[in-house]
Design a protein around this ligand. Sequence first.
Ligand code: DC
Length: 226
Amino acid sequence: MGYISVAIDGPSGAGKSTVARAAAAQLGYVYVDTGAMYRAIGLAVCRKGISGDDTAGIVSVLPEVELAIRYEDGAQHILLCGEDVSEAIRTPEIAKYASKVSAVPEVRQFLLDTQRDMAKNGNILMDGRDIGTVILPDAPVKIFLTASAEARAQRRYLELCEKGQQVTLDEVLRDIRQRDHQDMTRAVAPLRQAEDAVLLDTSALTLEQSIQAVLRIIREKTEENR
Ligand code: DC
């Protein structure tokens, strides 16, 4: 029997990972957060003191990057050369590095097979930017989950404040716009909605409504494909 892959793509801060994680848990699917992989590479580059604009430098770090994904109580943990970096990758600085390294073709190639292989081993719900367009173009369910830049900035701002990080709403909005621009205009695998993806705008939805909407789309699509 074939496994079911659900591809969820969209810009940063649309609530993708929270919604995807909850939906996967309800369905009993493995949740794969591909952004964490780009962040881990960004962290490796940052720790080496290499600039995010130094493409050759970024590529030179790849042979030393050993990524592993582990699940503890259903939560994804990402290991960089054996070290659990799940927390360390969640800073605005590493988000910027992640965006930079994700524009480098060698980095995307480096992660492509790992991500495809994960879909061969079970039912998965994978979230990212190019899952429906590049990584799993044949996924039976594709969702493009988005929200206005303002709604996303507001949510991310509250999240960062809760973590005790010193930021202003303006800074967060500016970062989001800059990252949207970088993610959508890069030459390789830019962020875009796959033609066969269902568009879900969560600007006016609560978290619970977003989760229910995602579950409804998955149910409809998997029944259609049966
Ligand atoms: O979803 P996130 O914020 O954790 O992603 C971090 C960065 O990685 C973001 O700038 C976009 C990039 N990314 C990507 O290019 N392709 C993916 N499949 C996932 C993330």
